[in-house]
Design a protein around this ligand. Sequence first.
Ligand code: PAF
Length: 283
Amino acid sequence: MSRSPMIVRTVPALRRTLDGLRARKATIALVPTMGALHDGHVSLVRLAKRRARKVIVSIFVNPAQFAPTEDFGSYPRTWKADVSKLAAEDVDLIWNPDVKVMYPEGFATRIVPEGPAIAGLEDRFRPHFFGGVATVVGKLFTQVRPDFAIFGEKDFQQLRVVAQMAGDLDLGVKVMGSRTVRERDGLAMSSRNVYLTSAERQVAPVLYRAMKESAQRLRAGDDVETAMAGGAELIANAGLVLDYFEARHAETLAPIAAAKDGPVRILVAARLGKTRLIDNIGV
Ligand code: PAF
């Protein structure tokens, strides 16, 4: 039978609870989320449970990572369903601070990540994004002090940015990536998929098909330019507007010329109607 996770909303209450867990030598895994949980998040929780005795999921829609023109106000918020899903997974604690708890009046510190955060992918189109992510994840790590933190590979550049930050700042947490969970037709699960109309939903899996086609060409020995041109054409012909469709070094995210310069990751971002989709695969 599932038991409801403890829900904590203030930093002192979080500290007290965590001190108790640490006194009992419990290892702790953190799964940072913005809620609107789907099966992709559930797979992060399951990996966390395999790694640590106690699992904490944070649910916080972080205003610092949204530009004023983006969807902070309309971002899906599904609190009750989220709590039920986490209870079914036997999560121990939900860390659910209010914006004023995370960013109290007078808050004036921001982490400005470099390296993978300025690789010329998401950062080119959402220049505010990684500063906001690094700042909130830095706070989550210092609030929870987890042994492990689990992030989806779906946001591949974010995963690299957070891992770099945790290492650079000696935060003492092992950052782990978890494989992207896909719908049956290949579309990567995302909280933002609810924005797609049914016609757009039919078209969206073209991103996965295009990445697979380019990956196959790269493996067959095509140079990056030729291999990526085929996939980009598939996406454009399906009516999406590409922000980027690139093959990069999977660790540094630096541009590469051919598969032999890898390990290689193909990363894509494209707009379909009002929805911006991102995805990636290993080659
Ligand atoms: O990937 C997300 O959901 C968010 O960017 C994160 C890591 C929870 C930070 O707000």
